[in-house]
Design a protein around this ligand. Structure first.
Ligand code: ADP
Ligand code: TRP
Length: 321
C-alpha cells in the first residue's frame, strides 16, 4: 500500500497540522511505503510575496524532519522539483468538471470570506489530484477539511478513464482520523492560519505560552464545574493529555475548584512534553540548511524515478506519444 500526502509551506506549522496530519505521516512510515511532499505550488495561491515564500519550504522541511519523518523510510520532496506534476495537472484539468470545482467548500469559503478568487484557487483540487495520482497512491492521510478534494480526485480518475477508455490511475482513499479530525484554535473555530487562531509548534517558548494563556474561555467561576461541550480548552486537552492525565482533566472540568488559568498552564506543560524534543531538533536543523537541501534533492530524484512509467502511460493514453 502506497501512502502520499502533502502540506503547503504557507506559514509556520501549528498544532492542527501536527495532530490532523503529520503525526499520522510519522506512524504510517513504519508500515507503508510513503511519499510526503511540500506543496509549494499550492502555497502560491495564497503566499504571493517572493521573499516571504522563499524560506517557507525549508522551514516546513525542517519541521517534517524534526517530527521524525525519516528520509531513509519515506520519500520527502518538494512538489515543484517534479515538473511531471504540472504536466499531469494539465491533462487532468481538461477532464475535470468545472461545476464540481465551483462547488468545493474550500473554494466557496474563500470567496465567502471576500477573497477575490484566482484561477489557481479554483483549480487547486486538480493540482492535488495530480500529486496523488502521479505516484499511484492508495491512501491519502489528511484532515477532514480535505475530504472533498479527495472526492474530486476520484471523480477526475473516472472522468479520465471514461474519456480515454483506459485504466491508468489507481483510485485513492482518504485516511481521516476521526478523534482528532478537527483541532480547535484559540477562539474555538477550526485552528487555521487563515483565521489567525493558531498555536505554533516551533519558535520561542514565551509567545507560545502567552498564546495558550489567551485561549478564549467562558466566565464560569473557579468553584463551579466547567462545560466540556464546545469548549476549545477541553478539546485541546483531550488531544494533548497523556492517558495518565485523563483523570486530572475530567476532574478539573467536572468537579469545580480548578480555574481556567490553572488548566491552561497544564495545557502548556503537555505542549512542552509533546513537542520539546522536536523543537530542539528543529533548531538544530535550522542551522544546517544544506542538509535539508540534500534531503530534498535526493527525495526529488526518487520521486521522479517513480513517476516515469505512469507518465508514459498517461501520455500514451491522451495520444501525446
Ligand atoms: P491551514 O488551515 O492552517 O492553512 P493547511 O491547510 O496548511 O492548514 O493544513 C495542512 C494539513 O493539516 C492538512 O492535512 C489539514 O487537513 C491539516 N489541518 C490543518 N488544520 C487542522 C485542524 N485545525 N485540525 C485538523 N487538521 C488540520
Ligand atoms: N491541500 C492540502 C492542504 O492544504 C495540501 C496538499 C496538496 C495535499 N496536495 C496534496 C494533501 C495531495 C494530500 C494530497 O492541506
Amino acid at each position: 500500500m502506497r501512502v502520499l500526502s502533502g502540506v503547503q509551506p504557507s506559514g509556520i506549522l501549528h498544532i492542527g497540522n501536527y495532530f490532523g496530519a503529520i503525526r499520522q505521516f510519522v506512524e504510517l512510515q513504519r508500515t507503508h511505503e510513503c511519499f510526503y511532499f511540500l506543496a509549494d505550488l499550492h502555497a502560491l495561491t495564497t503566499v504571493q510575496n517572493a521573499s516571504q515564500f522563499r524560506g517557507l519550504s525549508r522551514d516546513l522541511a525542517a519541521g517534517f524532519l524534526a517530527f521524525g519523518l525519516d528520509p531513509s523510510k519515506s520519500v520527502l520532496y518538494r512538489q515543484s522539483d517534479i515538473p511531471e506534476v504540472t504536466e499531469l495537472y494539465w491533462y487532468l484539468s481538461t477532464v475535470a468538471s468545472m461545476g464540481l470545482l465551483q462547488r468545493c467548500h474550500s473554494f466557496k469559503d474563500k470567496v465567502a470570506q471576500g477573497v477575490v478568487p484566482n484561477h489557481g484557487l479554483l483549480s487547486y483540487p486538480v493540482l492535488m489530484a495530480a500529486d496523488i495520482l502521479i505516484v499511484n497512491s492508495n491512501l491519502v492521510p489528511v484532515g477532514k477539511d480535505q475530504k472533498q478534494h479527495l472526492e474530486v480526485t476520484r471523480d477526475v480518475v473516472s472522468s479520465f478513464h471514461t474519456t480515454y477508455d483506459c485504466e491508468v490511475f489507481t483510485l485513492p482513499e482518504p485516511l481521516i482520523l476521526d478523534d482528532v479530525a478537527v483541532v480547535p484554535g484559540i477562539d474555538g473555530r477550526k485552528m487555521s492560519k487563515s483565521y489567525g487562531n493558531t498555536i505554533d509548534i516551533f519558535g520561542p517558548e514565551k509567545p507560545i505560552r502567552k498564546r495558550i494563556m489567551s485561549l478564549v474561555t467562558d466566565s464560569t467561576p473557579v468553584e463551579e464545574p466547567k462545560p466540556t461541550e464546545d469548549n476549545a480548552l477541553y478539546q485541546l486537552l483531550k488531544v494533548f493529555a497523556p492517558k495518565s492525565e485523563t483523570e486530572w482533566v475530567e476532574h478539573a472540568f467536572r468537579e469545580g475548584g480548578t480555574g481556567y488559568g490553572t488548566i491552561k498552564k497544564r495545557l502548556f506543560e503537555y505542549f512542552i512534553e509533546t513537542f520539546g524534543e522536536a523543537r530542539t531538533r528543529y533548531d538544530e536543523l535550522q542551522k544546517d540548511p544544506a542538509e535539508i537541501e540534500r534531503v530534498l534533492a535526493s527525495g526529488a530524484e526518487k520521486a521522479r524515478r517513480t513517476v516515469g512509467p505512469l507518465m508514459d502511460s498517461v501520455r500514451s493514453a491522451v495520444g501525446m506519444r
